[in-house]
Design a protein around this ligand. Structure first.
Ligand SMILES: [Fe+2]
Ligand SMILES: [Fe+2]
Length: 171
């Protein structure tokens, strides 16, 4: 299983088939999230241009917010029992990303290492918490005899109403 390295030059966030959660919308967003993370790391580790670093971070941070909102809407729609702990993890990640943003703006030497830790954290979150949500959606459909299309529709519609500003990102 691939994962981001935490020492030396980052190989980036690499998601493989086994890292999918089984919901097309979420998996598509994860792939885009990984590409934005990798782009940010490439800038932070290679380019060294301060403005580019801020831009790369801002793009990644904006999309993390969008993606988390999207997942949280899905969880609320299906009354996901682990909603609070999942939300707590999202909030902690956002708070740590805000810290990263401050460090990048302040040209702090520790920014790259913090970004690597965040990549590792995000990867673990996808593999554990997001996969658990995917399993819940699948099991919930089976046990409650809910047409899987209904759950899939709810999942795929979540987040589409109030997040039009991210329309340029993959749905
Ligand atoms: Fe996710
Ligand atoms: Fe999540």
């Amino acid at each position: 299983m691939a994962s981001p390295v935490t020492t030396g030059a980052s190989r980036g966030l690499i998601l493989e088939a086994e890292d999918t959660v089984g919901i097309a919308k979420i998996d598509g967003q994860h792939r885009f999230l990984a590409s934005l993370y990798n782009n940010m790391m490439k800038i932070l580790e290679g380019d060294g241009n301060h403005e580019h670093g801020i831009y790369g971070f801002t793009e990644f941070f904006s999309y993390v917010n969008y993606h988390f909102s999207s997942e949280e809407q899905i969880m609320r729609r299906v009354l996901y029992p682990e909603y609070r702990s999942h939300l707590f993890d999202h909030r902690n990640l956002i708070a740590t990303l805000e810290l990263l943003g401050r460090r990048i703006r302040q040209r702090d030497d520790g920014a790259v290492m913090l970004a690597k830790v965040i990549g590792q954290w995000l990867f673990c979150h996808i593999r554990i918490a997001d996969k658990d949500l995917g399993w819940y959606l699948a099991v919930d459909s089976a046990f409650n005899s809910v047409d899987t299309a209904v759950v899939a529709t709810a999942a795929n519609q979540a987040g589409d109403s109030d997040l039009e500003r991210f329309a340029r990102y993959p749905a």
